[in-house]
Design a protein around this ligand. Structure first.
Ligand code: F3S
Length: 390
């Protein structure tokens, strides 16, 4: 790999130990993936923040970096294992909270903005079209590439930290135009409306074409909420880092010859697959984290009502603060529903605590089953709200 003088100096250790280690990680990665050079990134998002994923070894690794490592570009975090302020009401133990706080402190020491969210693009970490970035969370990676037109591979925790400490990433994969072209045309012949339907579409297409890049035709409109739901599920069920939607997404692409069709029947079948026989005892909305508009709708619905089961609304803390100023949060909390910042129903350590999760998120269903042993029911955003008070 060709390194600039500055990159070579980092590599040689003419800087902090952490920068050297970071540049060495990036060079190894670059060699593995055949990158010719490094490129500068404008933003980083780091996943692997929950103590339940990191464990003691991960915490020690972060504390070591925090001794002399400082980030060079705007860097935010993916959700952690708990709401950093309100963890008790979510049933998180003091012991876990102590460990999770240490993880967050290590990131703070590096200069990371410790807002923990999978929707960094809603809270100011919003790259422009053409920006090179290094993000980790699969749904956010897909959103950045597809909807914002920025360019990022799906980084692992260590490679994202390395990018943050150096401001660099190796140029390969989704950073190169040739790898961003659509590979399969997906003709959508179903009515596309609602976050759960976009999530189901992502499940169907992800399972059919894996990590190939789809070019959707037949989708007339898609809101931010619907797009983030599609991003989350298509990346989860198939692994793709990007899609194109005719007339909606901003990237240029050639049109592929290979074609599949998604019909109403396919959506209904996918819906059945994500509907177990069970009595709902847990409802969660906000996978990926809610927009301000979603919080407003939830607040309007729950005003004056009481929830009858555990209900979590997961959202980035800055959005919660804005919603608080607008008077949305009080009505939600008065109903008994819980606003959970910094975390979500997948990364929080709640395995076995509930039996049956209702959510509008196909990704939430996937991990509800796979990680937390829940039975699941996918339903529309509106039905989830009704389920909370049923
Ligand atoms: Fe975000 Fe958690 Fe879903 S990280 S995309 S809310 S699984």
């Amino acid at each position: 790999m060709k390194l600039t003088q500055e990159e070579q100096q980092m590599f040689n250790g003419e800087c902090s130990k952490s920068e050297q280690k970071a540049m060495q990680i990036l060079v190894v990665l670059g060699k593995i993936y055949g990158a010719e050079k490094m490129i500068s990134v404008t933003s980083v998002q780091i996943a692997g923040v929950s103590y339940s994923n990191l464990g003691e070894a991960g915490l020690e690794f972060l504390e070591k970096i925090g001794e002399d490592g400082r980030v060079k570009v705007l860097t935010t975090l993916n959700p952690a294992g708990m709401d950093l302020e309100n963890y008790k009401s979510l049933g998180i133990s003091e012991d876990f909270a102590d460990k999770q706080r240490k993880v967050i402190d290590a990131f703070k020491k590096m200069g990371v903005d410790v807002t923990c969210t999978c929707t960094p693009y809603l809270i100011g970490n919003k790259p422009k079209k053409g920006d090179h970035i290094a993000w980790s969370e699969s749904s956010a990676v897909c959103y950045a590439n597809s909807v914002l037109g920025a360019r990022t591979n799906r980084e692992g925790g260590p490679s994202a930290i390395a990018a943050a400490l150096t401001g660099k990433t190796p140029e390969y994969g989704m950073h190169l135009e040739k790898n961003r072209q659509a590979q399969v045309r997906v003709k959508v012949e179903a009515e596309m409306k609602g976050t759960e339907r976009f999530g189901l579409l992502g499940k169907i297409v992800g399972e059919k074409i894996g990590n190939k890049i789809p070019y959707f035709v037949g989708i007339k409109t898609a809101s931010t909420e619907e797009l983030k739901s599609l991003c989350a599920s298509i990346a989860t069920y198939g692994g793709t880092a990007m899609f194109h939607i005719e007339g909606i997404t901003p990237n240029q692409t050639s049109i592929p010859i290979e074609q599949i069709t998604v019909k109403e029947d396919h959506i209904l079948k996918a819906e059945v697959e994500l509907n177990d026989q069970c009595e709902v005892d847990f409802v969660s909305i906000g996978c990926p984290h809610c927009t301000l508009e979603e919080i407003m709708k939830i607040s309007n619905f729950l005003r004056g009502k009481k929830v009858t089961k555990e209900a979590w609304i997961t959202v980035a803390r800055p959005i919660k603060k804005r919603a608080e100023d607008l008077g949305y949060i009080k009505a939600i909390e008065d109903s008994g529903a819980k606003i959970a910042c910094d975390t979500c129903c997948v990364v929080a350590p709640i395995k076995g605590r509930f039996k049956c999760l209702a959510t509008d998120s196909a990704k939430g269903c996937f991990y509800g089953v796979g990680k937390n042993n829940f039975k699941v029911k996918i339903m529309s955003f509106e039905k989830c709200l009704e389920e909370m008070v049923r």
